[in-house]
Design a protein around this ligand. Sequence first.
Ligand code: GLY
Length: 397
Amino acid sequence: MPQIPVTRTATDRPPVPDVLVIGGGIIGLATAWRAAQRGLSVTVADPRPGRGAARVAAGMLAAVTELHYGEQTLLGLNLESARRYPGFAAELEEASGRDIGYRACGTLAVALDADDRAHLRELHALHLRSGLESQWLSGRECRRLEPMLAPGVRGGLRVDGDHQVDPRRLAGALVTACERAGVAFHLGWAERLSVAGGRATGAVLDNGTAVDAGQVVLAGGSLSGRLGGVPEDVLPPVRPVKGQVLRLTVPPSHAPFLSRTVRAVVRGSQVYLVPRESGELVIGATSEELGWDTTVTAGGVYELLRDAHELVPGITELPLTETRAGLRPCSPDNAPLLGPTALPGLLLATGHHRNGVLLAPVTGDVLATALSTGVLPEEARPFTPRRFSPLSQEQPV
Ligand code: GLY
C-alpha cells in the first residue's frame, strides 16, 4: 500500500517542555517530580534513570554523625532535608505505590581506641555547641544497645535523629512517581548544552536527538562538569570521588544482627554498617580520588571488611552478596550547587558529595520553586552556584 506523505506543520511538533533535567539519578528525579507537581512539563534525559550512584549508596541520612568542622552552613541544609524526610517519604510512597525503606532507626558512632575516643569526644562537644541531639555512651552502654559490637569498643555517640532510606527503592519510586506525574524520559545521555541568544535552550543527546526546553537543570552527578557547550565560568567545579561499598545478607537465623546504623573512624577511614529490615547489611565506604575509575579492588574490599570486622566481628559469618563502586560528585567546599547560574535558563542541582540521598527532599523542593517562580528559596541561597563565579556574584539570585 502506498504511504501517504505526512506534511508536518509547526503545530504538529511536540510541544517544548518547560524543563529538561539532565540526569535521572535521585537528585534529578526528585527535581523532576517536584517540578511536575507544580504544573511544569518536564523531560528527563538519562540512559538508565534511577541507576548510577543510587545503586551503590548506602542511604544513611547522617546530618549529625557526618558533621565536620567548618561545615555548619551545610549542616543547616542537611538538617532541613532530614526534617522533611518523613513527609517526603510518605508522599512519595503514596504517589508511587512503592515502599522506599525509610527507617527511623538512629545511629551509633563508636570508638575503638583512645585516639578514636578523643576524636569522638570532640565531635560530641561540637554537636552540643551546635544544639544537636547526641548522647555520650560508655563502651558497655554501646554493647547493651548493640550486642554484636566488639568487646573492645571504648565508647560512642548515640544519635537518634540520623536515619536511613534504601536508595535503590527510593530511585525506583521516584521513577514511578515521575511517570505518574507526566514526566517524559529520553533514554540517552546529554552530550551538549544548547545555547541560543545568550540562554540555555535544551541539549543534544548522544543519539543526535535535540531536546528543546524552556529551562535546563544540570543534575548529572559526578558527570556534571563534563557537559559540552557550557560556558567555562558556569561549568560546575564537580569532581568524582570513588566509594566502594559491600552488601552482605543477614540470614533470619542471625537476626536481629544490628538494630541501627553503626559507624566509626578506623585508622583514619570512615566505615559504616547500615542494616536494612530486608536483611541486607550495607558496609561502606572507601573515599578515593582516582578520577573516573569504578573498579572494585581487592584492597578496597579487604579494608572495608577488616575495619567492619573490628567493629562487629560477627560479620565474617554472613554471605557477601555484592561489591560495587560509585562516584560521589564533590565540589570544592563539599556542599551542593543549587539553583540558577550566570547563564539564563540553566540551573544546577549537583555537587552533593556524601549527602545526595539526604539532600533529595530539599533539593527537589528548592529547584521546583526556582523553576516555577524564578526565586531561589532562602535556605538554598548559601549554595548558589554563583559562589564559584566571582564575576557574576553581583547578579540577583
Ligand atoms: N554518605 C556516605 C558516603 O558518602 O560514603
